[in-house]
Ligand binder design. Structure first.
Ligand SMILES: [Zn+2]
Length: 200
């Protein structure tokens, strides 16, 4: 079954976390699943990310030339990104042991490409030409390594996705209030009703 790449699936705040969040319910062997199980999802993810991450990507269009060929690199960036930043939230800082593999995976994503990043008007390079997905993932992941981003990193208590909390008072609890926030509210409501019933 193909994945429907809705806006909710881009709740991470940055492309690298959206990619990390393509594994749902990490750490739960019975319920966890991988939306990148098939390489054919990469171009579909890239097309949706072009739209939902247009601001971060400086309106560059993401491209996948050979999905099967780049899948191992994409998965290595995704897994090392998730491990490093998930541990950073849990442990209150980046663990040096998580960094070498992360940098190697990002290096593999960048190797062999000729791009320029960080210009004020062109954060991801020339918007006139397409950008390889693995390059965009690597740059997005490396860009997370700032004190401000690390301070705003969160793990959604409902679905375990990673996200950046950009709310003014840093009080966002859910990756997506409309989805995970409401599910938790519904659960609480259901529990309350059951408790009431048990007293009748
Ligand atoms: Zn969530």
């Amino acid at each position: 079954m193909t994945v429907s790449w809705t806006q909710h699936r881009f709740s991470g705040g940055v492309l690298a976390l959206d990619a990390a969040n393509t594994v749902v319910l990490r750490g739960d062997p019975e319920r966890s699943f991988d939306r990148f199980e098939y390489a054919a999802e990469l171009p579909r993810f890239a097309a949706a990310a072009t739209r939902f991450r247009a601001a971060e990507l400086g309106a560059r269009q993401l491209a996948v030339s050979d999905a099967e060929a780049i899948l191992p690199t994409v998965l290595a960036i995704r897994e090392t990104t998730d491990r490093l930043f998930r541990n950073a939230v849990r442990q209150g800082g980046v663990a040096t042991v998580d960094v070498p593999e992360f940098l190697r995976a990002c290096g593999d994503g960048l190797a062999g490409h000729d791009e320029h990043f960080g210009a004020p008007e062109k954060p991801f390079g020339d918007p006139g030409k397409p950008l390889a997905l693995e390059v965009a993932l690597a740059v997005s992941a490396l860009s997370l390594m700032t004190a401000d981003n690390l301070r705003r990193l969160r793990i959604c208590p409902n679905c375990r996705w990673l996200f950046i909390d950009r709310s003014r008072n840093s009080s966002r609890l859910w990756c997506d209030m409309a989805v995970c926030g409401n599910r938790q509210k519904a659960k609480r409501h259901y529990r309350r009703q059951r408790e009431e019933v048990s007293y009748v």
